[in-house]
Ligand binder design. Structure first.
Ligand code: AMP
Length: 281
């Protein structure tokens, strides 16, 4: 695996590969890698000649300084895992490389995607996500971008960004990888002990219950019941939501896709997860 620190170096290298007719997939991450990240690398490996991963803890998407400061950094272990997974190129920039002095901050029109759910609880977060994704895509110029459905709203925001900014990249959204007990893998899980991880799986259990009951119980009742259940387990619940793909709340169940989304904090660690509630195929 080749490691690049400089934006211009990786751009030149990938351009040269493109000229040779090689295709490339890109997996942006903030490091502290786990099987969820590696599943994206594997998907890219299967579809492309070259897989590029980036590790960059993007300061502009953290609305909470403490969360940024506590974000786990395990770079040597990350490099080992990437080498083992067959990743070809790692982009490991510092902040100046992503946001050079002449970097022009843009405003993005994200509509309600920016104000609902994660957007409401993390003001400015999706603007930071758009800034870094647009910059990383312009540096790497890869054919396909791989994102995890675990961050459902982020996927919708990036899809919107690609469409509105006309970025020439294909977006693939990959399924959420979970621990054996159902807990969605997340770098933030590293901050939980084994006992807390057992409690944390309550988020997944709640989503499964929501899925089981969605045909017979109203979204309003499901949301109330789930919030109470999570609170009793010791979570501080930001939201339990039942929405369509555009994150609009739904109150009746039709044939369109419906998603259950939860954000809740356990022992100071904020966790998010989601599950398709309907239709089930
Ligand atoms: P992060 O390092 O948390 O910014 O995540 C980098 C990418 O990995 C994002 O596209 C995430 O959605 C994806 N990802 C994180 N956790 C998982 C998971 N458990 N399963 C699948 N993809 C994931």
């Amino acid at each position: 695996m080749i490691i690049y620190h400089k934006a211009s170096d990786i751009t030149d290298y990938i351009q040269a590969l493109r000229k040779k007719g090689l295709s490339s997939g890109f997996v942006p991450t903030m490091g502290a890698l786990h099987r969820g990240h590696l599943s994206l690398i594997e998907q890219s490996n299967l579809a492309h000649d070259i897989t590029v991963c980036s590790i960059f803890v993007n300061p502009t998407q953290f609305n909470n300084k403490e969360d940024f400061n506590k974000y786990p950094i395990t770079i040597e272990e990350d490099i080992r895992q990437l080498e083992e997974s067959g990743c070809d190129i790692l982009f490991l920039p510092d902040t100046d490389e992503i946001y050079p002095r002449d970097f022009k901050e843009k405003q993005y029109e994200l509509g309600s995607l920016e104000t609902r759910l994660e957007g409401a609880y993390r003001p400015g977060h999706f603007r930071g996500v758009c800034m870094v994704v647009e910059r990383l895509l312009s540096i790497t110029q890869t054919d396909t971008l791989y994102l995890g459905e675990k961050d459902f709203q982020q996927c919708m925001v990036v899809r919107h960004l690609i469409q509105t900014e006309k970025i020439p990249v294909q977006l693939i959204i990959a399924p959420t990888v979970r621990e054996k007990n159902g807990l969605a893998m997340s770098s933030r899980n590293m901050r939980l002990n084994e006992h807390e991880k057992e409690i944390a799986k309550g988020i997944y259990d709640t989503l499964i219950e929501m899925r089981n009951d969605i045909q017979t119980t109203s979204p309003e009742v499901l949301i109330q019941r789930s919030t109470l259940q999570l609170t009793q387990l010791g979570f501080i619940v930001d939201y339990v939501a039942i929405t369509d793909e555009q994150l609009n709340p739904v109150d009746t169940i039709g044939t369109n896709r419906i998603i259950g989304l939860i954000a809740a904090t356990l022992q100071g660690v904020r966790l998010i997860d989601n599950l398709t509630l309907s239709p089930l195929n």
